[in-house]
Design a protein around this ligand. Structure first.
Ligand code: ADP
Ligand code: MG
Length: 253
């Protein structure tokens, strides 16, 4: 076991001739096992694209991503997720035809369900256990009272929390959240902050993209700043707040 759980080595992503991520030499940084990394930068800096490169939504044009010693290059999204990587999207995604709790149960499908369980008449207890797990996750994100609602009844902020719940039930080893507080009211933001602190305390590795720097800097133990797809700075929240390049490029004050 090495100290780092995720490595980006010279990673770049080109869309036609436009390099969205990587700058001149590709993007290189690593994430400490059990660490909480904040990923920040202006709009268009390449944060969401970086998440897509890590989670297998996009393939790097150059370089490679390694997760806990495994080169992710040949793996697809499902295979990478199965290694213990969870992520949410900047624009929340839900299964419109499923109610709230079934949207969380989807996170558990394939994880514990087994056709053998049905054969041996153990389907119902197994399903009850899964329902209990989904309910616990909904309780945690403040949506337990909405469990039988249609997802179309949820606000944008609630949809984000639903996405978090869908990832929580999978017990990911590393969790990537893309702008989790955007559109989320202060009460749910408080819950989210508690959830992230608890996950961090339990040893889950976190990478969080946020524009709400007050929220992020109080939780993260290190911060990577991207600008035009390249690494502008990396350090502790205090280093980053004081970094003149960051102040000039991004914080603007
Ligand atoms: P951020 O999340 O930091 O705001 P993104 O990663 O979404 O930035 O985007 C980085 C850059 O890549 C932007 O200039 C964006 O327009 C461009 N980009 C992202 N996805 C695509 C795509 N699928 N095709 C072309 N350009 C893209
Ligand atoms: Mg983005």
């Amino acid at each position: 076991m090495t100290d780092s759980i995720l490595q980006l080595d010279g990673v770049a992503k080109d869309f036609n001739k436009f390099r969205a991520v990587g700058g001149k030499d590709g993007l290189t940084f690593d994430v400490k096992r059990g660490g909480f990394l904040g990923l920040i930068g202006p709009n268009g800096a390449g944060k969401s694209t970086t998440f897509n490169l890590i989670s297998g939504v996009l393939r790097p044009s150059m370089g490679k991503v390694t997760f806990d010693g495994v080169d992710l290059s040949p793996l697809n999204i499902a295979e990478i997720a199965a290694l213990g990587l969870g992520r949410t999207f900047q624009t929340p995604r839900a299964f419109e035809s499923l109610n709230v709790i079934d949207n969380v149960m989807v996170g558990l499908a394939h994880a514990e369900e087994s056709p053998m369980a049905a054969l041996f008449g153990r389907w119902k207890p197994a399903e009850r256990a899964l329902t209990g797990k989904a309910e616990a996750a909904l309780e945690r994100v403040g949506l337990i009272g909405r469990r039988h609602d249609a997802v179309s009844n949820l606000s944008g902020g609630e949809l984000r929390m639903l996405e978090v719940a869908r990832q929580l039930v999978r017990d990911p080893r590393i969790l990537l959240l893309d702008e989790p507080t955007a559109g989320v009211d202060p009460t749910l933001q408080g819950k989210l902050s508690e959830i992230l602190a608890d996950l961090h305390a339990d040893g889950t590795t976190l990478i969080v993209v946020e524009h709400n720097l007050g929220f992020l800097m109080s939780l993260a133990d290190s911060v990577v700043v991207l600008q035009n797809g390249a690494l502008l700075a990396k350090g502790t929240p205090d280093d980053i707040r004081r970094d003149p390049h960051v102040i000039a490029a991004y914080l603007g004050a």
